[in-house]
Write a protein that binds this ligand. Structure first.
Ligand code: ZN
Length: 425
């Protein structure tokens, strides 16, 4: 099963990403692999320039460092996106193989480096890294003059018509903005992530209907403020066992041999399989939540912090971050309201009397010494999330009616879904 869609949404522009499987012929495949390698080298070259410039600034002017000697003049400007992009035509004369790649693809490769760099400056983590051979897995065509999808082919500049499986049609009215060509399973599978845009006014959803809070945990995947819970899927555990087996087999093969390559492909394909299964589970769970309520509150988790901490492996497996953003998207699609709330202390506060009840992760039961309230700790946390949500939207808004105005996404009418939904407020 291959499916992906997520979206950025706003008042005037709806953006969706659809993923389609590509079936390039042998010639197209080797060309696309060549492009990936050229883009990787360009990316690394541009990153080297950026790093050298930064290192040259680190050296103090009055102290000449012996280890750090950079022949970059003090007034040399920062290698910005614009300057690096402007340097491309010159570089093409020096390295003619650059010309074999579509020029806009090269530009977006540099853009990608600077996006990573700018994100690093904003968040202070995620410094761009050099990409090793095979680590560069996608390139982008940022614009098309005419619709590149014709029948069962995708027309890519300089690559030609690539066979595509349009397992779901591009919805009416959407304009194709860009195409990201993605290589998976070590270049044996190819995908096109197609960005579609619809210029339309979309009314924002407001809090309404039944409201619930959810808590994500390691013991149970999810617990709602109604004390309903979703267990962690067992299939992921058994899949992980199989993955370990495949990895062990792969490690026994002689490196770079034919059999090694084959077993590496098997491992990569299985990774992909796990990711899809997990995403499928996340989608189903998000839809279940929307069946139960029209307003959903969740903790604004610092997933990065969690992933870095001791619980790293378990948290990645649970991949709460992906689940929350998918839930946000599903909520929006189904006309439900989604809001993240401050997570601080939700598991340490009694939802009945708001007293602080300290407990570490091993304590699975919430027992309040003040009001004697007793329940599962995740349930108590979910109830606290709901209380925080009420604080944000105001408890009165529970009386709010359904948002008006109908809209249609992906050809499916939301009104139809809304009717079939169990509305209880
Ligand atoms: Zn209490």
């Amino acid at each position: 099963m291959t499916f992906t869609d997520f979206a950025c949404y706003g008042r005037t522009m709806l953006t969706m990403n659809y993923t389609y499987r590509l079936y390039p012929d042998a010639q197209q495949q080797s060309l696309m692999k060549e492009w990936l390698e050229t883009c990787r080298r360009l990316y690394n070259y541009a990153l080297r320039e950026l790093k050298d410039w930064l290192a040259s600034r680190k050296c103090l002017a009055d102290k000449c460092s012996l280890e750090k000697e950079y022949i970059i003049p003090a007034d040399a400007p920062f290698p910005s996106y614009q300057s690096q992009q402007d340097a491309l035509p010159k570089a093409k004369k020096k390295y003619p193989h650059l010309t074999s790649v579509y020029s806009q693809v090269l530009q977006t490769t540099i853009r990608r480096l600077h996006d990573t760099w700018e994100n690093f400056q904003k968040r202070e983590f995620g410094f761009p890294r050099f990409k090793k051979f095979g680590q560069f897995k996608s390139f982008v065509f940022p614009q098309f003059k005419t619709n590149p999808v014709t029948g069962c082919h995708l027309r890519l500049p300089k690559i030609g018509d690539v066979r595509i499986n349009l397992h779901r049609p591009i919805p009416d009215g959407f304009v194709l903005k860009q195409v990201r060509v993605l290589s998976k399973a070590r270049g044996t599978e190819w995908y096109a992530v197609v960005t579609l845009q619809l210029n339309v006014s979309i009314p924002d959803t407001s809090p309404h209907g039944r409201m619930i809070g959810i808590d994500l945990g390691l013991e149970r995947f999810l617990t709602t403020s109604d004390n309903a819970s979703v267990e962690r899927p067992k299939f992921l555990k058994s899949k992980h066992r199989k993955l370990k087996l495949l990895q062990r087999r792969a490690s026994r093969k002689q490196k770079r041999s034919n059999n090694w390559e084959k077993s590496q492909i098997k491992v990569a394909k299985f990774h992909h399989n796990i990711a899809n299964a997990r995403k499928d589970f996340h989608y189903k769970t998000a839809h279940q939540l929307c069946d139960q309520a029209q307003t959903i509150f969740a903790e604004d988790l610092n997933t990065v912090g969690l992933n870095r901490g001791m619980l790293r492996k378990d948290c990645i497996d649970a991949s709460w971050g992906q689940f929350l953003s998918l839930t946000q998207w599903v909520c929006w699609k189904r006309g439900a309201f989604f809001q993240r709330v401050n997570p601080n202390g939700t598991s340490q506060t009694c939802p009945q009397c708001l007293a602080t009840v300290k407990k570490d992760l091993s304590v699975r039961l919430h027992v309040c010494p003040e009001c004697k309230y007793e329940t599962h700790r995740d349930h108590a946390a979910a109830e606290m999330v709901l209380i925080r949500g009420y604080e944000i939207v105001g408890r009165d808004s529970a009386e709010l009616k359904e948002p008006d105005g109908s809209r249609s996404v992906g050809g499916e009418s939301l009104d139809k879904r809304r009717k079939s939904r169990n509305v209880s407020s």
